[in-house]
Design a protein around this ligand. Sequence first.
Ligand code: SAH
Length: 385
Amino acid sequence: MDGQAVVSQKGAQRWARGHPWIYRSDVTQSPDAPAGVVTVHDTRGKPLGVALWSPKSEISLRLLDRDANASIDESWWRERIQLSVERRQSIDATAYRLVYGEADGLPSLICDRYGDWIVVQLMSAGLEACRPQVVNALRSVAKPTGILARNDVSLRAKEGLAQTVELLLGDVPREIEVLEAGIRYAAAPWDGQKTGAFLDQRENRVRIGALARGRALDCFSYHGSFALHLARRAEHVVAVDSSAAALERARGNAARNGLRNVEWIEADAFEYLKSAERKRVQFDTVVLDPPAFAKNKGALAAAIRGYKEINLRAMRLLAPGGLLFTASCSFHLTKPLFLEMLASAAADSGHRLILREVLGQPGDHPEILTIPETGYIKGAIVERR
Ligand code: SAH
């Protein structure tokens, strides 16, 4: 460990209050070292801990260990990863998030398990410098057949890192079959969205799947993960997505489960909802799981209009007694704003709607109260009386 950083009281306070990041503006003396592991002191010389150092990032320091003498070697990574693995032992799926970065005390590291394989994302320059130890630790703790790095994320640009997809260990197939609470689907680790599937809605899919009935609609269906859970109980499911590639995999996924009651439609969900409303079609179960409409704070007002539009239309399509599962994965749309948007849509819908359940992230994507950035999914189940 060569480098040492000195941080202001404000920076030290963030760590004391349970948040692992210290911003560049709170670093009073930068480490004279390349990206990697450094020790951190306050301005009075008091040691605060060990952190990942990212020279080019706005987020300069990410807390690894509050013991300034801790040596961050392979066994340190092994211990932390082992803890993450133990926290996830009761999950009823073969694919889930094994390490959720800051929420697991492993800042900027994402590891998703897909059966025998692991897909990782190294999201900071400091972490990238520890890559060999991280990969070795993962290998000995989780014993995967292969490890793929889906480092093709734009966030890496802010760290001065290249966006690449790289095989780090063994081999990883193009498609991996996942079993999720009795439903089979193929994930696409090399070129699918995120690390190959949307693992963050797993519990919500199971929840609305258990309540589904009658005529069902899944908007923004991707490779059909919600639609397949709905199709087990609903008579008929319409699944809408704008991506032909996602729908092609979705059709294969339906076949894997022997489900013949799903109709896959390649369309803009906004247009589909509008035309269904015009035709006065009704549904007993509706799912809305759109992409993040607000990628940044500036886009929030327009995003809220978008969310309200789809939710209002979905509410109008509900048959009496019908259920709507609705979600937003925009970090900037906070929980209060999400519920306010739903209330506003309900007010315009002309229906009386009950807020049955307020939902969030599954147990493998824990939302840490002192780290707001770990929470981004809001969900709700709404029922038309
Ligand atoms: N519900 C899915 C994840 C949905 S991600 C799951 O649980 O796996 C969002 C999806 O919305 C992506 O598949 C994307 O192709 C699709 N999408 C984005 N904009 C769209 C639009 N305007 N109309 C329909 N689909 C859209």
